[in-house]
Design a protein around this ligand. Structure first.
Ligand code: NAP
Length: 286
């Protein structure tokens, strides 16, 4: 039996469906079984647990052989605690394998707000006694669209402190496909893979692709951290101004421009390009 956490989320839901289609016996870990029931394919067993509640995690993992741990979200301390709770419980339950969605930028010198969170989880996985595959994911196309491009739609100007940094964006659907491929064959997946898009693009290119997709103006203007923090602090709750500003610094430092062939090796196909992603998702915006 393989348990998928975050099963009501975008990636978790796709992984549950894809593993079930491959004939695996899948258990979906959810917080609210009534809300989750309509989201899952028929016949998927549900176990109710919360990353905050270690005893609920113990019950959810009873009798489970393998787990896909979809990373949690929120402020850094909370996310770190969530991952620690799940990994510790999985170690105690003596699982056979864990697949974990990490990030590409976990370096100790990274300025990114979440880098220490994922470094901590990766270290805990290495020490927990359960074999694991860490799937380091690039930035999602969906994230850039939802959080940076669409909020800039009205002004036609994407203003970020990312300098001339480039990113190899990957769609959330492709991340789910890669995670499924790893979890379906943990014996051959190795202990680390990196999932990115097929090419690194500048924010100038990203803005131009968006403009083309929606048929309206969009251009990129690099700004200072101070200018971005003023803008973001007036609009976003903590920790997001700091998290996004430090992510941009990390991008400017070239920490997200890496292109990996692991997606193709795992799935046998090319990842979706950012233009194709926009073509599939933005028709309703214009
Ligand atoms: N690389 C990137 O660009 C990028 C960008 C954003 C996020 N991420 C990471 O990628 C992850 C997956 O993305 P996604 O789009 O699938 O996220 P999502 O749709 O927001 O799904 C998050 C899932 O986590 C569950 N969850 C949240 N808090 C929980 C808790 N305390 N206990 C148990 N479950 C909890 C949610 O359950 P409920 O339905 O009950 O809320 C939901 O199923 C995110 O969580 C985040 O760590 C990466």
């Amino acid at each position: 039996m393989i348990l998928v956490t975050g099963a009501t989320g975008h990636i978790g839901r796709a992984v549950v469906s894809d593993l079930a289609l491959r004939g695996r016996e899948v258990v979906a870990m959810v917080r609210d079984s009534r809300a989750a029931a309509g989201l899952m394919p028929p016949g998927i067993a549900l176990r109710v647990a919360d990353y905050e509640d270690v005893s609920s995690l113990g019950r959810a993992l009873a009798g489970i052989d393998e787990m896909v741990l979809i990373s949690s979200d929120g402020d850094a301390k909370t996310v770190m605690r969530h991952h620690a709770n799940v990994i510790e419980t999985a170690g105690a339950a003596r699982l056979r394998h864990i697949t974990f969605t990490s990030i590409v930028d976990t370096d100790a010198s990274s300025p990114f707000y979440f880098a220490p969170v994922y470094r901590d989880a990766e270290q805990r996985l290495a020490a927990c006694g359960v074999p694991s595959t860490i799937v380091r994911c690039g930035l999602y196309c969906d994230f850039i669209l939802d959080h940076w491009l669409q909020p800039s739609h009205a002004s036609g100007e994407l203003v970020l402190p990312a300098g001339q940094g480039q990113i190899a964006l990957v769609s959330r659907d492709d991340v789910a496909a890669a995670v499924t491929a790893v979890a379906a064959r943990p014996d051959v997946s190795g202990d680390l893979c990196t999932i990115t898009g097929r090419q690194a693009s500048s924010f100038g290119d990203i803005a131009a692709a968006y403009a083309e997709a929606v048929g309206g103006p969009m251009h990129y203007r690099p700004c200072s951290i101070t200018e971005y923090m003023q803008w973001a602090s007036a609009r976003l709750d903590d920790p997001w101004p700091q998290a996004f500003a430090s992510l941009c610094t990390s991008i400017a430092e070239g920490r997200y421009n890496q292109v990996s062939g692991d997606f193709t090796a795992l799935t046998g196909r090319e990842p979706e390009s950012f233009r194709d992603f926009l073509g599939r998702t933005t028709s309703a915006i214009a």
